[in-house]
Design a protein around this ligand. Structure first.
Ligand SMILES: Cc1cc2nc3c(=O)[nH]c(=O)nc-3n(C[C@H](O)[C@H](O)[C@H](O)COP(=O)(O)OP(=O)(O)OC[C@H]3O[C@@H](n4cnc5c(N)ncnc54)[C@H](O)[C@@H]3O)c2cc1C
Length: 477
């Protein structure tokens, strides 16, 4: 928690004297947190409904008004966002790195550089990184340690190319093993979802790309003021968390993103390509509804039991890795997805306020690949088929260099020296929600661990959380 708070720059609404609220917010960090600059009319309707559905916060109290960060366990909210004052996503480069770029003499940023592998000396200490920059190889050396933050796909990929991984497989690819660790690249976890819908809406109140693109005023409003419907995230008119398994002490097991946008609002032009789906069935399934307003709901399996993996196809860092996410390979995950679909359908069915806007799941056409399973939306077989064909990632891959298996509790790579990993790959288990803020929290904590290890003072209030289990490398100071 102190590291989440340290990263946050929450700017609105509650004054500092409201302790109940402010204990969950940081105000002095780099990562901006704001209310959405534009809410669709639908978001406001959903919020009203959510107020009825929401249950309790951690104190067991009804908590209608606030947000997804203050400890509530069950219910729907309009999410707050990491956006800048113009509604653009506040990514880690623009929030953390860019402001330091001109201030620090000891920071050099190079882009379009591909890291190939870590180079070790004969004591297995990381000494340099081999990189490829526009076709030429360089090996910048490190004086203290290398911090690898290439993400859940990139970090194990680089480790494997550096000889850290399953020795036999590496040898077969002519990569000299340095550490035999079969766990590198295993334990891949992701939040699997599907495009539930289209829920047809009988009023022009959803985000329609086609409608906005022919409206010069809306485009002008966005370019000049950074306001208006084009600042919407689309992906978060309402977000819900539901805990169906009350017997465990984990967080919610299902998440919903309710998006006031149809997946066909581009009239079938390119969205399906972005998601990696074939155009034929997309057109057959969505074509009859083009131009109709619709809502899409993403039900998400938060605690997947399935475990995927990645491995190398060759010894060349220019060849991408093979990735098998193994979605739904564990039977519990598809059961959770079916449960999630049926729960939200039931909620919609029992919410008359929504029916005023249509919110109709059309009986026809059914997903072409599932015609033989059943033609009724009430049927588990149909929903299983639907989720298995219209399978999507929430883009939250984690776990391929898991703490305890590939890195230790200070994020140092097991079996070598002077090499740490700081990114989503170190999570042993995926979080019960979106992964961006947790990765930033990991990075905040890692920065203290690194400073502590090398004998530098630790930054401000999160200090007390890092002194345990750290080992200062005195001989190298
Ligand atoms: C489309 C999309 C939307 C998302 N939306 C959200 C959201 O709304 N909310 C949320 O919480 N999370 C979201 N996520 C997830 C979130 O972005 C990730 O969990 C988070 O960025 C992971 O951080 P990371 O540091 O582990 O990896 P990354 O952010 O992926 O950073 C890894 C970096 O390493 C670079 N790299 C990789 N290999 C090499 C190499 N060999 N050489 C040099 N550089 C290399 C990559 O280019 C990348 O810049 C989204 C992800 C995607 C893809």
């Amino acid at each position: 928690m102190p590291y989440f708070l340290r990263a946050e720059n929450y700017q609105e609404k509650y004054n500092n004297s409201d302790k109940e609220r402010t204990q969950f917010y940081g105000r002095n960090g780099e990562l901006p947190i704001r209310d959405s600059l534009h809410l669709s009319p639908l978001a406001k309707v959903l919020q009203k409904i959510a107020e009825k559905q929401n249950k309790t916060d951690i104190h067991g109290e009804q908590d209608y008004e606030d947000n997804l960060n203050d400890g509530f366990l069950d219910g729907f909210r309009i999410p707050r966002l990491n956006i800048d004052a113009f509604g653009k996503r506040a990514d880690t480069y623009s929030s953390f790195l860019k402001p330091e770029e001109t201030k620090r003499k000891n920071l050099a940023i190079a882009t379009h550089v591909q890291a190939n592998r870590i180079i070790f000396d004969d004591k297995k200490q990381a000494r340099a990184v081999e990189v490829n920059w526009f076709g030429r190889k360089y090996s910048p050396r490190c004086r203290k340690e290398v911090v690898l933050s290439a993400g859940t796909i990139g970090s194990p990929f680089i480790l494997l190319h550096s000889g850290i991984g399953p020795a036999l497989q590496l040898k077969r690819l002519d990569i000299e093993p340095i550490v035999d660790n079969p766990e590198v690249g295993e334990n891949l976890q992701d939040h699997v979802t599907t495009l539930l819908g289209p829920f047809l809406i009988n009023k022009p109140i959803t985000f329609s790309l086609a409608r906005l693109m022919v409206n010069p005023f809306k485009i002008w409003e966005y370019i000049i003021n950074g306001t208006g419907p084009l600042t919407t995230t689309v992906a978060g008119d309402s977000i819900g968390f539901i805990k169906t398994n009350k017997s465990d002490n984990l967080g919610p097991d299902i998440q919903y993103h309710i998006n006031g946008v149809a997946p066909y609002s581009d009239f079938g032009a390119f969205f399906h390509k972005i998601f990696g789906f074939e155009g034929d069935w997309w057109k057959e399934f969505y074509g009859p509804h083009y131009a109709q307003d619709a809502v899409t709901i993403l039900p998400i399996v938060l605690h997947p039991q399935s475990r995927g993996r990645l491995w190398l196809q060759s010894s060349s860092p220019d060849d991408p890795p093979y990735i098998d996410p193994k979605y739904y390979s564990h039977p519990q995950d598809i059961q959770t997805m079916i449960k999630a679909i049926k729960l939200i359908l039931e909620m919609i069915e029992n919410t008359p306020e929504l029916k005023k806007f249509g919110f109709e799941l059309p009986a026809e056409p059914v997903l072409p690949m599932c015609q033989n399973n059943s033609s009724t939306h009430k049927d588990d077989n149909y929903w299983e088929c639907f989720a298995r064909h219209l399978t999507m990632s929430m883009y939250h891959p984690t776990g391929t260099c898991a703490m305890g298996k590939v890195v230790d509790n200070e994020l140092k790579v097991i079996g070598v020296d002077n090499l740490r990993i700081v990114d989503a790959s170190v999570m042993p288990e995926i979080t019960s929600g979106n992964t961006n803020a947790p990765v930033i929290m990991i990075a905040e904590k890692a920065s203290d661990m690194i400073r502590n290890y090398w004998g530098l003072p630790i930054l401000n209030e999160a200090k007390q959380h890092v002194t345990r289990n750290t080992t200062k490398k005195k001989d190298e100071l």
